[in-house]
Design a protein around this ligand. Sequence first.
Ligand code: PMP
Length: 438
Amino acid sequence: MNQKTSTGSISREWQELLDFDRHHLWHPYTSMIDPLPVYGVESAEGVKIRLADGRELIDGMASWWSVIHGYSHPRLVRALQEQAGSLSHVMYGGLAHEPAVALGRKLVDLTPAGLEKVFFCDSGSVAVEVAMKMALQYCHARGKPEKHQFATVRSGYHGDTFHAMSVCDPVTGMHHIYSGVLPQYHFAPRPACSFFDEWDPEDISPLSELLAENHESLCALILEPIVQGAGGMRFYHPRYLSEARKLCDQFDVLLICDEIATGFGRSGQMFACDHSSISPDILCLGKALTGGMLSLAATLTSEAVARTISSAEPGVFMHGPTFMANPLACRVAGESIDLLLESDWQRLVATIQNKLEQGLKPCRDFDQVADVRCLGAIGVVELHKPVNMATIQQRFVEHGVWVRPFGTLVYLMPPYCIEAADLEYLCQAVVDVVAVEG
Ligand code: PMP
């Protein structure tokens, strides 16, 4: 590997490590024949990622929405160490532990009203699978097995496992090659009215028609509330979500909100559902749940859904992963929520939004840029053409920042603790790099 740097080359040990990595280890969405280079990471602290060659990068990604408090936060590290000393794991079948109870209490308190029953699982995609299975089992238990289909909107993304893939946008959702194998569900057009537009009542009509026509076969509508993430990084109007909630009630269809990306403050509200003051019937959480320290997800539902599932044959919910409610992950998640609630997170996120708007504004003047938009601690520069990953990634690293675009999207979603100067530097790096892209 040739990772020449301003502070010198990487060590022989790192060379060997990266060599093995290149030949044997699969990275997300990569080729095993011709993978793009990866950068060795020595450590990470606060908003800085330290590379194997000694360079420090300012992190603009929060490791895909998750590291909201920055890396190696001492409180999270301590919680993890303490928990590891007493109970790192134990099967959840037939056994209970304090970290899961404490976290469950916090989630029931914090999430939108009516979500009372918590199912812990391993990752976001699995939380979506669990949510979809809950919806199916709910209809089965009500003697309505014909309600076994799902509805969603275009430009959505819900994960990489099979049923999650079936409700991802068939084009931008990165899963089109599986289309022959995936169940075919119902897609309404993506919400057109943006978060910042005046509400256009026509925007909800296609979804309304879809539900009116198909409700007899639909068990649930699944949406990412307000922010469509990996399917296009778009922000839609809060009225769309509240209208969708009404339609679900009208047509006896459950509403599943996937807050795996948006949960815990990212969009400016604790949950994106709060922009519309609605409660879903089923809520998926992940990513920032542990402050990005460990993999943990949760699917919450109402008393009514949980009771119905449990009241008919087979009388139980049919899911139970080996690492369900892992004590390490639950303990860290509890600490992460405490940290968030003790902080002035809403002001921090609003300040980040403001700085992102200011800092990314110059990109609006570039011919290669289609749109610049910011909501909460998310800043997006959308280009007309897909970026060249090989060159753009290298340029960002040379600028001393960690920004990982995909497709036509260059975006920032830093840890909430980022300081003004670092955020300004990040935005300027995006402006400088996008200026020469194209
Ligand atoms: N839902 C949403 C909205 C997501 O953004 C993601 C991850 N990008 C997932 C589900 C899947 O989560 P995971 O990668 O933890 O399986």
